[in-house]
Design a protein around this ligand. Structure first.
Ligand SMILES: *Cc1c(COP(=O)(O)O)cnc(C)c1O
Length: 233
């Protein structure tokens, strides 16, 4: 990829331009799509450059790594999202330090999120993670169980569901990917139309470096870009 020879600022610009193009394809404005820099394994200094280049949020996968980078980047105060699998015993250490947990995938985890949020007197914002490809190795609730899952967690007192997130299968079959993204969009609209109490379907987080344009064309409102900004891992 180009990323080894261009700067992070250049990469963010390239990604932003591609987002704008894809947004236009689906009749939307560039600003309708939130850009989350997925910074796992990348040092704080690189994350700082991405923040300076104007990414909307920074997404981390691991709690320890997140806490270290947050400390190192305190003065820049970016919006942090948790995007990786989260263990219940780690929730307490991040609950008032992230703006959003995109990887809510079990009732048990959400109960702990709500409990810890209550202790800190905050309302936790979560996305329901959906395993759209039905892969054994991927986190997320099955699509057919997503609405019931959301209904159940929406009753928790200190938690607010604001959308869906998915990590699609790794494949270059773009038609297959588009099909899955279409399914996600349909699920998003279906659940949205039910107007469940305490459910606010605002965010549809899907699309990574290799497929974010297709994801946006199919309705993503949030993309999570790692290697396209920071280079390969
Ligand atoms: C790593 C990661 C990304 C970004 O992946 P790239 O292919 O590097 O853009 C997005 N979402 C999640 C959950 C990730 O773990």
């Amino acid at each position: 990829m180009r990323v080894e020879i261009t700067s992070i600022a250049d990469n963010v610009k390239i990604v932003r331009d591609a987002i704008a193009e894809a947004a236009a394809e689906s009749g939307r404005e560039p600003g309708d799509v939130t850009l989350v820099a997925a910074s796992k394994t990348k040092p704080a200094e690189m994350v700082r450059q991405a923040i300076a280049a104007g990414v909307d949020a920074v997404g981390e996968n691991r709690v320890q790594e997140f806490l270290e980078k947050r400390e190192a980047l305190k003065e820049y105060d970016p919006v942090w999202h948790m995007i990786g699998r989260l263990q219940t015993n780690k929730v307490r250490s991040i609950i008032d330090r992230v703006s959003m947990i995109q990887s809510a995938d079990s009732v048990r985890l959400c109960e702990q999120i709500s409990r810890c949020a209550g202790e800190k007197d905050v309302t936790a914002e979560v996305l329901a993670e959906v395993n759209i490809g039905g892969e054994e190795s991927k986190a997320g609730v099955p699509p057919e169980g997503a609405e019931r899952f959301i209904e159940e967690i929406s009753r928790l007192p200190n938690l607010r569901v604001t959308g869906l997130m998915t990590v699609a299968p790794f494949t270059d079959d773009t038609e297959l990917l588009r099909d899955m993204y279409k399914k996600m969009r349909k699920l998003f609209l279906d659940i949205s139309s039910k107007n469940h109490d305490n459910v606010f379907m605002r965010h549809l987080s899907m699309g990574m470096t290799n497929d974010f344009k297709a994801a946006i064309e199919e309705g993503a409102t949030m993309v999570r870009i790692g290697s396209g900004i920071f280079g390969g891992r």
